[in-house]
Design a binder for this molecule. Sequence first.
Ligand code: NIG
Ligand code: FE
Length: 426
Amino acid sequence: MSPHASRPLFFRNATQLLTLAGPPVPRRGAALGELGIIRDGAVLTLGSKILRVAPTRELEAEAHRWRAQVIDCRGRLVMPGFVDCHTHLVFASSRVDDYEQRIHGRSYEEIAAAGGGIGLSARQLREATPQELLVQASRFLREFAAHGTTTVEVKSGYGLDVAGEMKILEVVRRLRRISPMELVPTLLAAHALPPEYKGRSKAYVSLMSRRLIPAVARKKLAEFVDCFCDRGAFSVPECRQVLGAGIRHGLIPRVHAEQLSRTGASRLAVELGAASADHLDHVTEADIRALARSDVVATLVPGANFHLGLGIYPPARRLIDAGAVVALATDFNPGTSPTLNMQFILSLACSALRMTPAEAVTAATINAAYSLRRVDRLGSLEPGKQADLVVMDVSDYREIPYYFGWNHCVVTVKRGRIISERRAEL
Ligand code: NIG
Ligand code: FE
């Protein structure tokens, strides 16, 4: 170990240790319900990785030899850190006016057409300095960590022009240097048509494809490319063009699909071999079958349905039963889902989407890691994997969604270092 490496950590006496152990492949069907639980479990980390995972009594001597820092988890649970695979972390301000208007009965699309929505976030972002964006996003990231998340996908998308999008992705690059969290950048190249392009979406799509995508790829500012393929946003052919340009420049596609209406966006995701198709409120049975036959991760973001007060939720049960790879994410953003708490997303997944607590945990960890192309390193607690784990102040994993709206997380470890803790609780 280098002198700068963190001291080994020994988490002992976890009432339940959720390992999610298994081959580094996405979990489908019945496998979504298998958490690989070790009772009275322990984890020993070394440097940034996991050295051993076993019942506590089998690891005591080895932990002692390494002079590991001991964290006694008696009565608590240890599990992999959440992998939040869909967020719009970098924005300037809240959209509480939109929120109140919706409570009075106006729809998301009506508010967007009247000058709120993504367009409002874009105007707010233009006014904000990179430093202001950085400070706010850092504050949010500390909260993500405090709620048990260790990896966060971050989309751009409030720039709506080349300079604005680059500004967001440059902020993400700086955040990656200063935050202990793992950030996975996505260029959301087609989010909303800026007003100056009204009636000229072809020209905008072409600008994004020919100028923005090559520039972002050249500067290595993103790993993934995304688009909002929906009524009032971009059409399937337009998104095919944007995502195709991304693929040619080495970016892996993700798609906002079938959120407001059924457009065929999830089929486009399958056609292009996208990493994920997200939202999926309006998928058809045939779409579900196509997703189930593919490796595209059906990423469900029920926080958006909850916050918009839609009263409908994506068909998680039918997706799981058909054999699709299902993941969960917050979709943290100022318009549709201002929560960064994955524990609350688990509660929605169970109470509203009828996923079992075990399915929800798998969807929020290993399957989410798969959708970010990091399943070999993240999403489960196994020797050799990155030491990203959390201690939850519950003795049964089902209590995480059950006691909804709480924060059960007391310790968060990223790459073998404690990055957040509530000491008084330990
Ligand atoms: O995932 N659907 C498009 N994008 C976001 C909402 C963005 C916003 O309203 O600011 C979503 O729901
Ligand atoms: Fe989104």
